[in-house]
Design a protein around this ligand. Structure first.
Ligand code: FAD
Length: 146
């Protein structure tokens, strides 16, 4: 029986990563995710990435294993890694947003999260904050399409 799974991580863009290289990442990500039925979102701000991947567990883990080996980013910190009952980004093979630091109240809580604390254990309120922040982009985009 397949299980829906989600991984959310934070990472630092490699030094000197150009905007065009982020576009290249997205082209490959969208094609590969579509064929593996992986959905999610990538946020880029302040030279950092936050990405959510969701789908069948084996596909999500295989995708994340490739991403983790990629030299275009470093310092990967897994924020959430858990089974889910439903997808949060079901229509997106990989949604993308470039953000400005300070753009929203929760920006710091996600992008400038205290690594030492997270490596110990993410609390439920911190985990909720991350997901509320991520889902707000999906809700906004979905509303725009109406
Ligand atoms: P190949 O494309 O054959 O590449 C071989 C190796 O080089 C891999 O280690 C690859 O990671 C690395 N690499 C590839 N191109 C470059 C480059 N231009 N500069 C430096 N290193 C490079 N892939 C997905 O499938 N889904 C995603 O959602 C996804 N999200 C990503 C998010 C971020 C922030 C980053 C940095 C990468 C993401 N990728 C994603 C790309 C992923 O890391 C792989 O490059 C891609 O999946 C192809 O894997 P491959 O094994 O076929 O590697």
């Amino acid at each position: 029986m397949s299980q829906l799974f989600q991984i959310v991580y934070l990472s630092a863009a490699a030094k000197g990563l150009a905007p065009a290289e982020v576009d290249d990442i997205l082209i490959v990500a969208r094609a590969r995710n579509a064929s593996a039925d992986v959905t999610g979102m990538l946020l880029y701000a302040d030279k950092s990435f936050v990405q959510v991947l969701e789908g069948e567990r084996t596909n999500v883990e295989a995708t994340f294993a490739r991403i983790a080996r990629d030299s275009r980013h470093t310092g990967i910190l897994v924020l959430l890694k858990q089974p889910i009952s439903a997808r949060n980004f079901r229509d997106w093979s990989m949604g993308f947003e470039r953000l400005q630091p300070g753009q929203s109240a929760d920006f710091d809580a996600v992008f400038h999260i205290d690594r030492a604390v997270i490596e110990e254990r993410m609390t439920a309120p911190q985990a909720d904050k991350v997901m509320v922040f991520l889902r707000s982009f999906y809700s906004a985009a979905t509303r725009e399409q109406l």
